[in-house]
Design a protein around this ligand. Structure first.
Ligand code: GAL
Length: 675
């Protein structure tokens, strides 16, 4: 279902959104005029304005200076640039923290954050919330009906956590809502262990400074509470904005897989899912992990177009080594986001700052000005995006393969601590499962335990150590009704309160995988095992083993050596009319890929672009009339020729394409075909 606010937004822009964060408060008036001229030259049609400008708008408590912002809004409007106007609440002014030091968040070690950066607000501080509500109200009063206003950008990359007294109050209220009474909470947190039983809500605090280890269920709930409390700040601001005008889309820019916010809860509250993404030009696989994030952001709002809200025009400045994007890489990365469903290409930032923490971060207009490689590439891309206008609003073909990504599961695995091994990386694990699918051109939808799974053929469940009853039921039902589940080790172990599920491991999925696990056997550092498949192939495994005892399942592969020789390492089991493949160890990549892809193939899901090399990304976006085939060559040094099963017209060159098409290194084509 198309969101009417986004529908109106798209009509207003007449195509894809192009632009970036704009901070005119750092520049003089003459520069503003030059900015608008250059924005027109570059094809910019949207800027995110005033993200950190609180003190420029309210230099003293209750004293407002809107003249400069009025002028900028008018200038942009006259220049044909729409505004994604930010609420500046990620940068509380110095006067506010001076007046109310308890606006500062308290860090995990009990110390407050200081002034001198940004995001120094305590999400649970009533004082912060009050002042934030006030500045948002003032902005909404003044600009809700300004003709330049196209979207509201709330805050910026919400965070951080806080362990303050205000957070403790908020946590206790949150727990009361969740558990109702202390008996239920004590049970959920297993507080009889080490005699932690609570007899008064006031005894519950948030300090993370412990002599020995923290109660894992409390830690988990604190994670959930923090995400909800940050979301409350967003919702309070959105409520104010909507009370003035209800037809403007509202969003907040999210980071890739931020640990403190459960995006499944945040996404429904946004008109569009928006992502800030900074693939590392020094990492040869960064476009593959970017593809996962794009799949996730598309999936957050059920396949609707999403938006890249920030990316770098060239280098960032926050890694130890900040490589430039070589010629063509920024363009290719931008087209990749479009290929996977984005309706925008936005940057941090429009003009490179002269001073401050980000003075060496690239920008659409770099320090060397418009006569520069970066600006030329930016302007060229602007022209190409105009050609791609018809792509706006189209959606990607529905995936056959779904990947479970669950914040509860992630927190369980990474944060509760004291597991058989304590170096699990949930996100890396998910990416490891996504890569072979990407290499075979499979679109993957990312799903939560609450998602509708009926439309998928395959469900990938990476290391789902903690999974709630609803998730267990969803995965089990998916297999029972004919789906193929690919699940990796240490899944289904505990419930949503981090309590081990009864009747042997994996309590939640013992019937599903058709096997009981007696013990988890993490491997010693460097330890390797040989695994033998039924067809005689062998492979190396490491990191993790499970002492598996087959019940209804059968072994796809067994250990050929070590104390578990003869035990299953990969299990398959029929369940209802579906099937499960359970990987009980960490297989080397080639063998892992083979198991996963074989399960996908057996489920009737074919590589939609067979014969096209892995480094050529191929996707289709479409509407009722047209399909747009994106072909992206990620190799920086090899041209590639791709066979075409149907002719089309390359939107970027207007050239007809039939039979085959050649892509230069880092080259791309977008073929339009009627459906
Ligand atoms: C983002 C942030 C921007 C800018 C950018 C630099 O996380 O939202 O304000 O700091 O990083 O890469």
């Amino acid at each position: 279902m198309t969101n009417p606010r986004m529908h109106a937004f798209r009509s207003r822009l007449g195509g894809l959104a192009y632009g970036g964060d704009y901070n005119p408060e750092q520049w003089d008036r003459a520069t503003w005029r030059e900015d608008v001229r250059l924005m027109r030259e570059a094809g910019v049609n949207l800027v995110s304005l005033g993200i950190f400008a609180w003190v420029s708008i309210e230099p003293e408590p209750g004293k407002y200076e809107f003249d400069w912002l009025d002028e900028v809004m008018d200038l942009l409007h006259e220049g044909g640039v729409s505004v994604n106007l930010a609420t500046p609440t990620a940068a509380p002014p110095a006067w506010l923290t001076q007046l109310h030091p308890d606006v500062f968040p308290i860090m995990e070690d009990g110390r407050p954050l200081g002034l001198g950066s940004r995001q120094h607000f305590d999400h649970s501080s009533p004082v912060y919330r009050e002042y934030a509500a006030n500045i948002v109200t003032r902005l909404a009063e003044r600009y809700s009906f300004h003709p330049a206003l196209a979207m509201w950008h709330i805050n910026n990359e919400y965070g951080p956590t806080s362990y303050s007294d205000a957070a403790a109050d908020g946590f206790r209220r949150w727990l009361q809502r969740r558990y109702g009474d202390l008996d239920t909470l004590n049970d959920a947190w297993t507080t009889r262990f080490w005699g932690q039983v609570y007899t008064d809500w006031e005894q519950i605090e948030v300090s993370n400074v412990m002599g020995v280890w923290m109660n894992p269920a409390r830690r988990l709930d604190f994670r959930r509470f923090t995400s909800d409390s940050l979301l409350e700040c967003y919702l309070a601001e959105r409520h104010i904005l909507r009370s003035f005008r209800d037809d403007i889309p509202v969003m907040t820019n999210l980071m890739p897989l931020y640990p403190h916010a459960d995006y499944w809860k945040w996404a429904p509250e946004q008109d569009v899912a928006t992502l800030d993404i900074y693939p590392d030009p020094g990492d040869p696989g960064s476009h593959i992990s970017a593809a996962f994030h794009y799949d996730m952001f598309r999936s957050l709002k059920d396949g609707q177009p999403w938006m890249v809200m920030e990316q770098a025009a060239s280098a960032v400045n926050w890694r130890d080594l900040n490589l430039v994007k070589e010629p063509g890489r920024m363009r290719l990365g931008s087209l990749q986001a479009l290929a996977r469903g984005s309706d925008s290409v936005m940057f941090f930032q429009w003009r490179a700052a002269r001073g401050g923490q980000e003075r060496f971060h690239s920008a659409m207009v770099p320090h060397s000005g418009p006569d520069s490689r970066t600006f030329r590439e930016v302007a060229d891309l602007g022209r190409e995006l105009k050609l791609l206008s018809p792509v706006a609003g189209t959606t990607m073909r529905r995936a056959d393969v779904a990947m479970l990504f669950d914040w509860d599961g992630r927190w369980g695995l990474e944060d509760t601590g004291r597991l058989p091994r304590n170096d699990f990386d949930y996100c890396d694990t998910v990416l490891r499962h996504h890569r072979p699918l990407w290499e075979h051109h499979h679109t993957v939808d990312v799903v939560s335990p609450k998602s509708d799974l009926t439309r998928y053929k395959v469900l990938i469940v990476p290391n789902a150590y903690l999974i709630g009853d609803e998730g267990v039921a969803a995965v089990t039902e998916f297999a029972r009704t004919g789906g193929t589940v690919v699940m990796s080790f240490f899944s289904g172990v505990v419930d949503e309160c981090d309590r081990v599920r009864p009747n042997g491991y994996p309590g939640a999925f013992r019937h599903l995988i058709g096997a009981k696990i007696d013990e988890y056997w993490p491997a010693r550092p460097g330890e390797r095992f040989t695994v033998q498949f039924a067809d005689g192939r062998t492979a190396t495994a490491s990191w993790w083993r499970e002492d598996i005892h087959l019940e209804t399942g059968t072994a796809l592969a067994t250990y050929a050596d070590g104390l578990l020789a003869g035990h299953a390492a990969v299990v398959t089991n029929a369940h209802g009319s579906g099937r499960v493949v359970y990987l009980a160890t960490l297989l080397e990549d080639a063998a892992f890929d083979a198991v996963l892809l074989d399960a996908v193939r057996s489920a009737g899901v074919r590589d939609p672009f067979p014969g096209v090399p892995a480094h050529v990304e191929c996707t289709v976006r479409e509407d009722e009339r047209n399909a747009y085939l994106f072909l992206l060559n990620h190799s920086p040094d090899m041209a590639v020729t791709v066979p075409l099963n149907r002719p089309g017209t390359d939107v970027l060159t207007a050239a007809p394409a039939a039979g085959e098409i050649t892509l230069v290194p880092l080259g791309a084509a977008v073929l339009q075909r009627t459906r």
